[in-house]
Design a protein around this ligand. Structure first.
Ligand SMILES: [Zn+2]
Length: 211
């Protein structure tokens, strides 16, 4: 199921298949890279990051949009913090479009928008994973959605569309400081975020060969 033959341009520190619907986290040192692989395609990966030494210094969607002058994330995008410091940079991207407007799914929002009582969401995954690091609900900010396609029309209309990611697409995120990375492999089955059928993703941490 995993693309075990994928070439990693450096020394692999961790290589994990994150099962469908599960969270994952890692402490990543400055200069190291997190590669997120959409193994089967059309699978949203909800993402947050924090300065390892000062968790109040965290990813900020609005600053990232302002300082990149764009609502979409792709190769070359810097992820900025709430204090306008660089957190991570997207140094490779085979997909081409990632969202940071739409936030994450949750039991609560699904209750409102789908009138369904789902048992789990990315909000719950974030809380579960953050708890391993002594953190919780108050630490959750508006997140990145890697591999999720959210087109915005001229009149401002916005919706999740079918994902553009193909099997094996990946993003490489280089840490600009020591960071804590938290992801939720999105469990949503009621919209296109996970292609209506959540699938595993792969998370690799590596030290680039030229460092
Ligand atoms: Zn989700």
């Amino acid at each position: 199921m995993t693309e075990g033959q994928m070439t990693i341009p450096g020394q692999v520190i961790e290589d994990t298949v994150v099962p469908a619907c599960e969270p994952w986290s890692a402490e990543v040192r400055k200069g190291d890279v997190v590669r997120l692989v959409d193994i089967e395609g059309q699978q949203a990966v909800d993402f947050l990051c924090y300065d390892l030494a000062d968790r109040a210094e965290r990813y900020n969607a609005a600053n990232t949009i302002k300082l990149n002058n764009n609502i979409y994330l792709g190769q070359g995008t810097v992820l900025w913090s709430v204090r306008a410091r660089p957190m991570m940079t997207i140094i490779a991207d085979t997909c081409g479009s990632h969202d940071t407007l739409y936030g994450c799914c949750s039991i609560e929002i699904d209750r409102v928008r789908f009138e369904k009582e789902n048992s789990w969401g990315c909000q719950q995954n974030f809380e579960k994973e953050l708890a391993k690091h002594g953190m919780g609900e108050k630490d959750i900010a508006a997140n990145v959605n890697f591999f999720m396609y959210v087109p915005v029309r001229e009149d401002g209309q916005i919706a999740i569309a079918d994902g553009l990611s193909k099997p094996g697409d990946y993003v490489d995120l280089m840490a600009e400081r020591d960071v804590l990375v938290i992801i939720s492999n999105c469990p949503e089955r009621d919209n296109a975020a996970a292609g209506y059928e959540p699938t595993p993703v792969r998370a690799i941490v590596y030290t680039p060969a030229d460092c």
